[in-house]
Ligand binder design. Structure first.
Ligand code: DOR
Ligand code: ZN
Length: 343
């Protein structure tokens, strides 16, 4: 196959930061995707409708002329989020979900939830309005091994939560383990998962190939090969509970190449091309459109994008770096060749 045409895809999990860097990175996403669910983990986080509206406008201002791209906004769940904020969010049509970070789980999550019970009024409201809760599914207790945090979260936090809120819509974001795949497959259609390109293409050995490679470090961290294989199987299965979410998470080169480097992999520059590579390696290009362009929109009860994109088989080289405000950004597979190219 030398060309693939898809309904224009959407990115159901994306970090774009704020300020002048928006101009450097938004064009990458807007060239490929019709919409993206924008993560609210700014400093300070996006916790109100007003903040979400203003942030959406700043993102929109960075979209190149002539391109249609809609940022779908989210609110950051805190211990004291009021149920009325959820009702207002639902009313707005601008906010599409609420994001739950366990406090301290990852980048800018200090304001995250310390005790889920404190958020039950907000969760009640989410359930009532049919608005999805997007979950960073990792426990943060220091005794738990970093590679086990997702599996432990599913058993100790997620299952009890779903018992208390049986009708809540939940997206378990950026799943990384066979346990998560099994869990999603065993639940109702209210429960879905996003999968990133890095977790389909790489395993934990890639973090340590010939030295420590900070640009392969993200959270949840890359896992063993058997988990990567389970994720590929899920993504290419045609099961609508699994859909595209890049978790593209830009950090400056200096923040990554640091004695305490930030978690996050930047993939927006070649996102759909990377997924095409992963699906092709597994002889499943025919399953890409459902995963990338259909299942997520259905889950969020939004129409499919009206236009299409085309990828062709034509080698191109990923730049060594991109500009990132007054710093640089090292993209995933920097300097390497891609086989699929967006036309
Ligand atoms: O690797 C990650 N980076 N994981 C997250 O959950 C957050 C993200 C970020 O914001 O940089
Ligand atoms: Zn994320």
């Amino acid at each position: 196959m030398n060309s693939i045409t898809l309904i224009r895809p959407d990115d159901w999990h994306l970090h774009v930061r704020d300020g002048e860097v928006l101009n450097d990175i938004i064009p990458h996403t807007a060239a490929r995707f019709g919409r993206a669910i924008i993560m609210p983990n700014l400093k300070p986080p996006i916790t109100t409708m007003e903040q979400a509206v203003a942030y959406q406008q700043r993102i929109q201002a960075a979209v190149p002329n002539g391109i249609h791209f809609t940022p779908l906004m989210t609110l950051y769940l805190t211990d004291n989020m009021r149920a009325s904020e959820i009702a207002a969010a639902k009313q707005s049509g601008i906010v599409h979900a609420v994001k739950y970070y366990p406090a301290g789980a990852t980048t800018n999550s200090d304001a995250g939830v310390t005790d889920l019970k404190k958020t039950y009024a907000a969760l009640e409201s989410l359930q009532q309005h049919g608005m999805p809760l997007l979950i960073h599914g990792e426990v943060t207790t220091p005794e738990i091994d970093v590679f086990d945090r997702e599996a432990v979260f599913i058993d100790s936090v997620l299952q009890p939560l779903l018992k208390d809120f049986p009708e809540l819509k939940v997206v378990l974001e950026h799943i990384t383990t066979a346990q998560a795949v099994d869990f999603i497959q065993s639940t109702s259609k209210n429960i879905a998962a996003t999968i990133t390109p890095q977790h389909l293409l790489f395993n934990r050995n890639d973090i340590f190939k010939g030295g420590i490679r900070p640009h392969y470090y993200c959270l949840p961290i890359l896992k063993r090969e058997q988990h990567r294989e389970a994720l590929v199987k899920a993504a290419t299965s045609g099961n609508p509970k699994f859909f595209l979410g890049t978790d593209s998470a830009p950090h400056s080169q200096t923040a990554k190449q640091n004695a305490c480097g930030c978690a996050g992999i930047y993939s927006a520059h070649a996102a759909i091309e990377l997924y095409a590579e992963a699906f092709e390696k597994n002889n499943a290009l025919d399953k890409l459109e459902g995963f990338a362009s259909v299942y997520g929109a259905d889950y969020y009860q939004l129409p499919l994008n009206p236009d299409k994109i085309t990828l062709i088989k034509e080698p191109w080289q990923i730049p060594q770096h991109y500009q990132f405000g007054n710093n640089t950004l090292i993209p995933l597979k920097a300097g390497e060749m891609m086989q699929w190219k967006l036309t």
